[in-house]
Design a protein around this ligand. Structure first.
Ligand code: PEP
Ligand code: MG
Length: 568
């Protein structure tokens, strides 16, 4: 059997190994049936019973959730119970059964689906998320009408693999002493992610197609730190993960002490250690991991599931909330990076989206959208803890044009007597090779640089970051990558501006000492790896790191670089 590695989103930390329990959700079959007039009362009774059974189930889940994750987080289930008690909704369902003489599940499905559609059409992200809760309620009632059993007990000690998990599934399954959750769907702020973190169950979500790769009882490794699943791992992979798991367990143990300690090298150089986020809701988790602030806020989270750009007001509220949560630390906000693999509803297909209309290119072609976003960012900047940066810059012209638009945004705000941080720091992401070559010139135009290795590596090595066939070639330790990073840092420092890294390489423990030695000022990483990176930073002196970096840069193959760094 071949080893298969799948990458998703690290939702809850921990490394576990075990057999897969592939959970297929019961999707109720809904048939439309006519009910004879004499049976209408019975049909209504059938529905009342089902609603009451559903409520009992939810009450049980609620009290279990309260014990396990606390009252405030268990409130999701209270909200579901409230829907079951919604008199307006159920009155119309009962009336329709009476009038149309149709079977209960058909009417329940139709009425609740209408409700759900209204929520899905809402411009409010929160309401759209709640539409999934309503789906859960609908399926719960229909299952109870059809008198199907609730699956909640199964063999413990397995990794639950599923397309998606409802909050109720996530809580209920946790009673079975399960090892972890792996789902096709979901993001960092999905219920599965939030609840599994609270339940301390390692989880990887957003795997896209794990349900088509994993068969029941397949042995697998789930790495909730890196967001990786390995199905049918080789002995060697198992040994590697066991080692990593032991190391991480030790780190976890020290997490509490580490959280409040600064990210400072053994000889006292302060390093900024911040995190990458996409939603305001992630701030709490990020802080609990000991973050100094946000080194990359991916604003595209605001665009998910919608065709139009959010208004200035909506953006302002979101940015303000993040800045307030991070205060007194800073947040580096990236202007919309759309195109490539990022969300946008396009009216045409691009042959090569990664080389197409992306990032700053879209912003400069649509200045009104960019100015709206800049106005929202500036208005949210009154506490002076927001910096802004532009993605996918490939020339100096783009930097100058974008700065000119920021200038215009400021002028319009000034004219309207809005307050904002006039000294708002402006930076550029270095993620296109031409920008790396021109790092020095770009540095003369801006206040800071941030290296986006995810894209920089793909463009420098001409390897599509999402293409499994060439994934072996996507190597952060390629000497060409390391020398490019060295060049960018040197150029930034020559012009006396700080330089950070927000690509995933910043969160790669093997790279930490090397990057420190090259002089990187800021590491922005996914929150789950923060403690590990902090621990490494605190363990070396700048001199030692410089020596290691200098040596690592002398090698000419990935293998040599890696062997050297791992051996340190
Ligand atoms: C990067 O390219 O390194 C980066 C941080 O941006 P994204 O992954 O969002 O493209
Ligand atoms: Mg990028």
């Amino acid at each position: 059997m071949n080893e298969i590695t799948l990458h998703g989103i690290a939702a809850a930390p921990g490394i576990v190994m075990g057999r897969a329990f592939v959970y297929k959700k019961h999707i109720p079959r809904i048939e439309e049936k006519a009910i004879p007039p004499e049976d209408v009362k019975k049909e209504i009774e059938r529905l009342r019973d089902a609603v009451s059974r559903s409520e009992k189930e939810l009450q049980k889940i609620l009290s279990f959730a309260e014990q396990k994750i606390g009252n405030s987080k268990a409130k999701i289930f209270e909200a579901q119970i409230m829907i079951l008690n919604d008199a307006v909704l159920f009155d119309s369902i009962y009336k329709r059964i009476e009038k149309e003489r149709k079977n209960a599940e058909f009417v329940v499905h139709g009425e609740i689906a209408k409700y759900q559609q209204l929520m899905l059409n809402s411009s409010d992200e929160y309401m759209r998320e709640r539409a999934h809760d309503v789906e859960d309620i609908k399926n719960r009632i229909i299952r109870n009408i059809q008198e199907q059993k609730l699956i909640s007990r199964f063999e413990g000690g397995s990794v639950v693999v599923s397309q998606s998990l409802t909050p109720a599934d996530t809580i209920l399954f946790s009673r079975n002493d399960i090892l972890g959750y792996a789902t096709d769907m979901g993001g960092v702020t999905s219920h599965t992610a939030l609840l599994s973190r609270s339940l301390k169950i390692p989880a990887v979500v957003g795997l896209k197609d794990i349900t088509s790769h994993a068969a029941p009882d397949d042995f697998m490794i789930l790495d909730g730190y890196a967001g990786v699943i390995v199905i049918n791992p080789t002995e060697e992979t198992i040994a590697n993960y066991k080692r990593r798991s032991r190391e991480m367990a030790k780190f976890e143990h020290r997490l509490n002490e580490l959280r409040d300690l600064p990210a400072v090298t053994a000889d006292g150089k302060e390093i900024e250690l911040s995190s990458n986020i996409e939603f305001a809701e992630e701030m709490r988790f990020t802080k609990s991991q000991g973050s100094h602030g946000v080194g990359l806020y991916r604003a595209e989270g605001l665009l998910i599931g919608r065709d139009t750009f959010p208004s200035e007001e909506e953006q302002y509220r979101e940015y303000k909330s993040i800045a307030e949560k991070a205060f007194p630390n800073k947040v580096i906000m990236r202007t919309f990076d759309i195109g490539g693999d990022k969300v946008i509803s396009q009216s045409y297909e691009e042959e090569n989206p990664f080389l197409g209309w992306r990032g700053i290119r879209v912003a400069l072609d649509r200045p009104e959208t960019f100015i709206t976003q800049m106005r929202a960012i500036l208005r949210a900047s009154t506490k002076k803890n927001i910096w802004v940066m532009f993605p996918m810059v490939s020339s100096l012209r783009e930097v100058r044009e974008a700065k000119e638009l920021v200038f215009q945004a400021k002028a319009s705000l000034r004219a309207e007597k809005h307050s904002f941080d006039d000294g708002l720091k402006i930076g550029v992401m270095i993620e296109v090779p031409s920008a790396a070559v021109l790092a020095g010139e770009i540095a003369t135009e801006v206040d800071f640089l941030s290296i986006g290795t995810n894209d920089l590596i793909q463009y420098l090595l001409a390897v599509d970051r999402g293409n499994d066939i060439v994934s072996q070639l996507y190597q952060e330790f390629e000497p060409a990558v390391l020398r490019t990073i060295r060049h960018i840092i040197k150029e930034a420092h020559k012009h006396k501006i700080p330089v950070g890294m927000c690509g995933e390489m910043a969160g790669e423990p093997v790279a930490t000492v090397l990057l420190l030695g090259l002089g990187l000022d800021e590491f922005s990483v996914i929150p789950t790896v923060l403690p590990e990176i902090k621990k490494i930073i605190r363990s070396v002196t700048v001199k030692e790191a410089q020596k290691i970096a200098a040596k690592a840069l002398t090698f000419s193959t990935v293998k040599e670089v890696k062997e050297f760094l791992v051996g340190q």
